[in-house]
Design a protein around this ligand. Sequence first.
Ligand code: 6PG
Length: 241
Amino acid sequence: MKKKNIRIFESIGALGEFSLKWLTSRIKEVPDNEFFTVALSGGTTPKQLFEYIALHGKDSINWNKILFFWVDERCVPPDSSESNYRMTRLSLLNKLNIPENHVFRMFGEVEPKEEALRYSRILLENVSLANDFPRFDLVLLGLGEDGHTASIFRGNTQLFQSRQFCEAVKHPQTSQQRITLTGNVINNASEIAFIVTGHSKTEIISNVLNKHDTVYPASLVVPVHGHLTWLLDKEAVPSKI
Ligand code: 6PG
C-alpha cells in the first residue's frame, strides 16, 4: 500500500491557504505552450475551497493557464441550485477572468448517456492521454459520508473497471441522474486531492484510511502513477489515523 499523504489543517482557511500555495507554484511550472487541466467536484467542501481561492488567489495565479473540467455533474439545468457547474461558476469562475473556451461544462440538461459520450470526446480532444485514458494534472475529490466520491456510489464500484471515460449513473437514494468520470480516469491523474472537512466525516475517514474498506468507492481511488493527498480539517480526523 502506497504511503498515505495526509495533511491536517486547523480550518478550511488553512487548507485553502495550503492549496492556493500549491496551485500557485504548480501553475508557474506549466510550459508556455501548455495548459494545466483540473477536474473539479461539487459539494459544500469544494465550494468553501473555491471561495477561499477566488478571494485570495485572484492575482497570484495566471488563470489563463488552467482548463476547467468537472469530475461529475447532476443531470439538471446549469442554472439549477443543484448544478455543480453553477456552484463553481458562482464561487470561483465568475470571480476570476477565465476565458470561456477554458471552461468545459458537463451538460446536465441533455440525455445523460449522450452527454457521457459527448464529454468523453471533449476529454479526448482537450486532455493529454496516458495509458489510453485522459490524464488530468489535478483531480479534486470530495468524500460523502457514505464513502462515495465523484458520483461513484456504493454498489457501483464497477465504474473503477469501466473502459469508458465518463458514464451516466443514478444516485442510489434519490435516483437523480448524474454524469461521472470513471475510476480509471480519476486514478490516471497526476495529482488527486481529497478535501474533507467536518466532524460528520470522521467515521468514513476512519473506514477509508484505516480499514481501506473497498466497499467504499473512495477506497478504490489509488493513483496509477500520480500522487494522492488527503487534505483534512481537524474536525474530520478520527482519534486514530
Ligand atoms: C457531488 C460531488 C460529491 C461531493 C461529496 C462531498 O456532486 O455531490 O461530486 O462527490 O464531492 O459528496 O460533498 P460535501 O463536501 O458536500 O460533503
